[in-house]
Design a protein around this ligand. Structure first.
Ligand SMILES: Cc1cc2nc3c(=O)[nH]c(=O)nc-3n(C[C@H](O)[C@H](O)[C@H](O)COP(=O)(O)OP(=O)(O)OC[C@H]3O[C@@H](n4cnc5c(N)ncnc54)[C@H](O)[C@@H]3O)c2cc1C
Length: 322
């Protein structure tokens, strides 16, 4: 059973999820006694994949694919899977890949499981564990088709280095005309230094911060940690922060290594979007705030007192350990 991954990139550079997917595929390949092939579109430095156990990369360079169009990209992945005879096709759970995976599955007449967490529970029969109900439950799904498509939940596996001797191959799939049905006209990028999707650490603020003028202290904490900033829904509804920072059930999902929530009550709709984060730290002045029930570490106190002290301590720690 050979494995194909779609190694996603943006502006010619691999996204972090590509390395996570490669790490995951390598481990699955070991258990199946097979190899990992990646297909990537308009990406430079493809040799980076050799650090994460990929054996072969199919490089697609084509101006028709300069903007993301799901129909065309899905067709590229399908042709790569057919060329390699892949029985297992792996994608991430980015916005683009969530769009692509069902199209790829349909075109390959494959069974598709989204939101997969962890290595397959069993390879024969083929069963995977998946997040369900906004990450409040798991289910075990069996795929019975010959070809299988999996969507790996973001940050659910991690990035692990595993050197391989990578073979690079130019791949020229047939790309139809330019009418792909849907075309991205423009991209309005968020202004933050680290995006929520790529962040290992997220520092998030709620209505407890009282107003947009107080976000400087969160930005400073985020800058020391190399973190992205995020916020609760009312904060973006009030216009204190851009909507791109809104996390939760109706905002962006966050599955980081560390999520620091400052002045956020922990309503169920907020928790639903951040519950997959590995370590949750909560700073709240109300000891009965619901967020403490899901926190790994909690500080009961005034954010305006605690956050600057935390930032100062982290700066000292970094200075002493650099
Ligand atoms: C259909 C639906 C979908 C929703 N989707 C989302 C979603 O995706 N994301 C989301 O976030 N919400 C969502 N909500 C809203 C959600 O129910 C809550 O209303 C919201 O999360 C509360 O935001 P908050 O915690 O910032 O504000 P509040 O509930 O006002 O909480 C503020 C917190 O700050 C604390 N605090 C106050 N002062 C300080 C201080 N000085 N220091 C430290 N702590 C302090 C308070 O103790 C309190 O716990 C949704 C609601 C609905 C109905």
């Amino acid at each position: 059973m050979s494995i194909l991954i779609y190694a996603e990139s943006a502006e010619g550079k691999f996204k972090k999820v590509a390395f996570e997917l490669a790490s995951y595929a390598k481990k699955v390949a070991e258990s199946l006694g097979t190899t990992v092939t990646a297909v990537t579109v308009n990406t430079a430095n493809v040799s980076d994949l050799s650090k994460y156990g990929v054996d072969k990369v199919l490089k697609v360079n084509n101006d028709k694919l300069s903007g993301f169009t799901a129909k065309a990209y899905a067709d590229v992945i399908k042709q790569a899977a057919q060329k390699e005879g892949a029985k297992l096709v792996l994608l991430s759970s980015t916005t683009d890949s969530l769009y692509l995976a069902p199209l790829v599955a349909v075109s390959l007449e494959a069974g598709y499981a989204s939101n997969v967490v962890g290595l397959p529970v069993s390879t024969s029969p083929f069963q995977v564990k998946r997040n369900a109900f906004s990450n409040k439950a798991f289910n075990i799904t069996e795929i019975t088709t010959d070809v299988k498509v999996l969507g790996l939940a973001k940050n659910s596996y991690g990035v692990f280095e595993s050197a391989s001797s990578l073979t690079e191959e130019d791949f020229n799939p047939t790309i139809g005309d330019n009418d792909f049905g849907v075309k991205v006209q423009s991209v309005d990028k968020t202004s933050g230094k680290v995006t929520i999707a790529d962040a290992e650490v997220v520092v998030s603020g709620g209505r407890g911060l009282k107003g947009p003028e107080n976000w400087g202290m969160l930005e400073e904490l985020a800058s020391v940690l190399g973190a992205a900033t995020a916020c609760s829904k009312p904060v973006s509804d009030l216009g204190w922060r851009p909507h791109s920072e809104h996390v939760g059930q109706t905002g962006k999902p966050v599955a980081t290594n560390l999520y620091i929530a400052v002045g956020i009550s922990g309503a169920i709709q907020h928790i639903a979007g951040i519950n997959s984060s590995k370590v949750k730290v909560v700073i709240n002045s109300d000891a009965d705030a619901p967020f403490f029930k899901v926190a790994d570490y909690g500080v009961v106190g005034d954010a305006f007192d605690i956050v600057p002290k935390l930032t100062q301590k982290l700066k000292e720690f970094k200075a002493n350990n650099s």
